[in-house]
Ligand binder design. Structure first.
Ligand SMILES: Cc1ncc(COP(=O)(O)O)c(C=O)c1O
Length: 396
């Protein structure tokens, strides 16, 4: 009798996360220059920490909240959605989640039946691909147009639609490319979604980090998309609150009870202390967001300058959002980005993420994070330059 595997086919079919693998390998390298994590390195602003401390001291955080989150927080989120996203939201359309990630996972679970196809413009955040797989859906990867700055290829996207297509899932500003999908492109995507009765699931984690006049556009602001969009947001990036694990989603009120059925078995509710912290984040001063944005823009400029000095090694599209970029490696050795990254780590002590982690069209690229200090960027590039000029790449 053939023995049944102990774990589900669903999880066994999912490969290891290259991002977490690089983090694990980086731990063994002393004094590593770290460009591989999309995690803000600034601390959470103090007024947010203090609000959490007060909530703990006030005995407010020991129980669950409503599964969709604290009413006061949801109310504040609707104000933010109206003000900053031009989305005419009400409280019944908002659910507080365990970061954007759990909101996305719950949305995918609620929308995708086994075998349903979900279109993902790639390269994209690998977790989205895994979320579709976990729901037993079929990710359909549609390459973006790299030479035009990794913008949506609407023609290819239309061609990828089949009778099994259920949804489109994208992030903008993008992890890993830093592309901000433009309003005209997203309006065109909305037309396609309406024409084919698709749901558009969005990851807007980097909504506040756009540069050079590029503006973030929420597809849910198009009134016709009201029943066709599920939009996921987070406090992680905006307020440097990675570890608090709090975000939220917005969807039509008829969809929310269905998404809630997927949210409860994984989370019950978002961490309560974090919900109080999130409330303070929305109600408090917002200058920290502009400060973070200015810092990322300066870091982006520095990283581009350093890349410009190595034109035979890297070619890149300038990112206009997020704090990530996705240069192409021009050397033959870069064709296998996983091996290239490991060598860069072991031989030059620079931690990056292999492009292949973001879908097949990511192969031959590196993802670099610029949410770090100027010193860290300079340290990393000094080492890469020295490694290249000492012939590191030609070693076998
Ligand atoms: C595009 C994108 N979405 C979601 C997340 C995770 O967000 P959260 O911490 O809110 O779950 C990340 C983290 O790197 C990300 O890059």
């Amino acid at each position: 009798m053939t023995k049944r595997p102990r774990t589900s086919r669903r999880v066994m079919d999912i490969g290891k996360s290259a991002i977490h693998e690089m983090t694990r390998l980086s731990r063994d390298v002393e004094d590593v220059a770290f460009l591989s994590w999309a995690k803000p390195t600034s601390g959470t602003p103090d007024h947010i920490n203090q609000a959490a401390i007060s909530a703990i001291q006030g005995g407010l955080v020991g129980g669950y909240t409503e599964t969709s989150g604290l009413p006061a927080l949801r109310e504040e989120i609707t104000r933010k959605l109206r003000r900053d996203n031009n989305v005419d939201a009400n409280v019944a359309q908002v659910m507080v989640t365990v970061g954007a990630i759990e909101g996305l996972a719950a949305a995918v679970m609620a929308i995708v039946d086994p075998g349903d196809e979900v279109i993902l413009p790639t390269p994209t955040y690998s977790t989205h691909i895994r979320q579709v797989l976990i729901a037993s859906g079929k990710p359909v990867l549609v390459p973006t147009l790299e030479e035009e700055g990794f913008v949506l290829d609407m023609e290819a996207l239309r061609k990828a639609i089949t009778p099994r297509t259920k949804a489109v899932l994208y992030c903008s500003p993008s992890n890993p490319t830093g592309t901000v999908f433009s309003e005209p492109q997203l309006r065109e995507l909305a037309d396609v979604a309406l024409e084919h009765d698709l749901t558009v699931i969005t990851d807007e984690a980097y909504e506040y980090f756009t540069f050079d006049g590029h503006e973030h556009f929420s597809i849910a602001s198009i009134p016709e998309m009201r029943k066709h969009a599920v939009s996921c947001y987070t406090f992680t990036k905006t307020y440097a609150m990675t570890g608090w694990r709090v975000g939220y989603l917005h969807a039509d009120e008829e969809l929310i009870p269905q998404i809630t059925k997927a949210h409860i078995p994984f989370a019950i509710c978002a961490p309560v202390v974090s919900q109080y912290a999130a409330l303070a984040a929305l109600q408090g001063p917002q200058d920290c967001v502009a400060r973070f944005r200015d810092h990322y823009r300066a870091a982006r400029d520095l990283m581009c300058e350093r890349l410009d000095a190595m034109p035979s090694v890297f070619a890149y599209q300038k990112p206009h959002g997020s704090y990530l970029m996705f240069p192409r490696i021009r050397l033959a050795e870069g064709r296998d980005s996983a091996t290239f990254c490991k060598r860069l780590l072991q031989e030059a002590k620079v931690s990056t993420t292999p492009g292949v982690a973001f879908g097949p069209t990511g192969e031959g690229h590196l993802r670099l994070s610029f949410c770090v200090s100027a010193e860290e960027i300079n340290k990393a590039f000094d080492r890469i330059e020295a490694w290249v000029s000492q012939g590191g790449l030609r070693k076998t």
